[in-house]
Every structure is written in structure tokens, then in C-alpha cells.
Design a protein around this ligand. Sequence first.
Ligand SMILES: [Ca+2]
Ligand SMILES: [Ca+2]
Length: 75
Amino acid sequence: MNLSTSNIFEKFDKNKDGKISLEEFREAFHALSPTIPSEKFVDMFNQLDTNGDGQVDVAEFASCMDQTARSWRRS
Ligand SMILES: [Ca+2]
Ligand SMILES: [Ca+2]
């Protein structure tokens, strides 16, 4: 990977508190692809937030990136 997970994480984490809120996630994704419907963000966010505390921390983010990278390699 060219971009490290923490680099990507920092782009999402606008207020630098070490966690991505739903609002930060929505903003970052909206910039990437404005056509994604908002219910899709919530779905994706909930998948990232595996412990369900309403924030995505770096560990949750990293494990998701891991799975994504693995599924890319499979296909
Ligand atoms: Ca944050
Ligand atoms: Ca969480």
C-alpha cells in the first residue's frame, strides 16, 4: 500500500481526536463521491464501528482496511 492506514485515517479525522465521528466520515466521503446516498454512509459507518460506540477508532479503521485489501486481492 502506498498510503498508510494512519495517513488515510488522519484525512478522515478532521478534529484530530483520534476517532472518526459519523459527521467526519460523512464529510470525507461526500468529498470523495458526492453521489453516495446518506443511508449508505450510515451503513458503512456502522460496519466500521465494530464496538458500536458511535466513533471509529484507528484499530477499527485498520481492520476494515485490512479486510478491504484482502478482498481486493481475492477478486
Ligand atoms: Ca474526530
Ligand atoms: Ca468504535
